[in-house]
Design a protein around this ligand. Structure first.
Ligand code: CUA
Length: 302
């Protein structure tokens, strides 16, 4: 919140500072009047109405009215980026985020999870909905929160002005693992974004090493593909994160573990320890070799 990277977040930050300064001024002003009143009490019986009318009422009324006028006017000026926008759909699911892009070449849908990549300096419209209960998207550096409500689509238009990675959270209690529902917004230069999107539109790379090939086989045998899609290898139902390019994302497990070889095996075996109640069962019965093979397969999905 203190390092805004969109014009709307800049405005929100400025209002936060002005309203805080105003509140502190009222507090100090009233406390000074109280101190003066207490000190003068014994010397002569002052008419309390003088203090009430002179300061205790007039001062807060003046300051609060000024702040009300300021915040109303400034709130109306919140800049919503105009023009054609990149549309990205984000759906809240217990307890992760599905992120969908459209490939501008083929028009096909590209599914990803838990990471929203946006181009710097271009308007982006996030279409927000939910697959189950009410969630709320809050990426403090980008501005205000917006609820994700089942059965409707809310919109958040942003234009990120600086490249970087901005962490967000789910800001509405949505069940057991509400606290472990992080989201990362990765803002990159516009041409880098276009290249990235083209790469994401490609199907998964077939595994090359023996371990990764074995991992792919296990992926089917263990029925991982009943929930997780890997486009080109296992086109499956869509009730779990799409893993087509999972290794190109910064984190796995909705922000829980950095994407690296060890994390995959750790996650698969210990998911119910790391994130109790998650919809995926723990595969802690697998031997080391199988876990390593699965990790090799997933780590190759760049
Ligand atoms: Cu989703 Cu809290």
């Amino acid at each position: 919140m203190l390092q805004p990277v969109t014009p709307a977040a800049d405005t929100t930050y400025e209002m936060t500072v002005v309203l805080t300064v105003g509140a502190v001024a009222i507090f100090i002003g009233v406390m000074v009047l109280v101190a003066v009143a207490v000190m003068h009490r014994r010397r002569r019986p002052a008419n309390p109405w003088i203090w009430v009318a002179g300061g205790g009422v007039a001062f807060p009324v003046v300051v609060l009215s000024a702040l009300l006028a300021y915040s109303t006017a400034r709130g109306l000026q919140l800049q919503i980026p105009a023009g054609e926008a990149v549309v990205i759909e984000v759906s809240g699911v217990q307890w992760w985020w599905e992120v969908r892009y459209r490939d501008p070449v083929s028009g096909r849908e590209i599914r990803s999870a838990n990471e929203v990549r946006v181009p710097v300096g271009r308007a982006v419209t996030l279409g927000l909905t939910s697959a189950d209960v009410i969630h709320s998207l809050w990426v403090p550096a980008l501005g205000g929160k917006v609820d994700l409500v089942p059965g409707r689509v809310n919109h958040l238009r942003v234009e990120v002005t600086q490249p970087g990675v901005y962490r967000g959270v789910c800001a509405e209690f949505c069940g057991d693992q509400h606290a472990k529902m992080a989201l990362h917004v990765v803002a990159v230069a516009a041409d880098e974004f276009d290249g990235w999107l083209a790469a994401q539109a490609e199907p998964a790379v077939a595994p090359r090493s023996a371990a990764a090939k074995h991992g792919q086989q296990l992926f089917t045998e263990l029925r991982c593909n009943a929930c997780h899609a890997v486009r080109g290898i296992a086109d499956a139902p869509r009730n779990a994160p799409d893993l087509t390019h999972v290794a190109s994302r910064r984190y796995i497990g909705t922000g829980e573990l950095p994407t690296q070889h060890d994390s995959f095996a750790h996650w698969i075996a210990n998911i119910q320890h790391i994130k109790p109640g998650a919809r995926m069962p723990a595969f802690d019965h697998l031997d080391r070799e199988s876990l390593t093979a699965l990790a090799a397969f997933l780590d190759g999905l760049k």
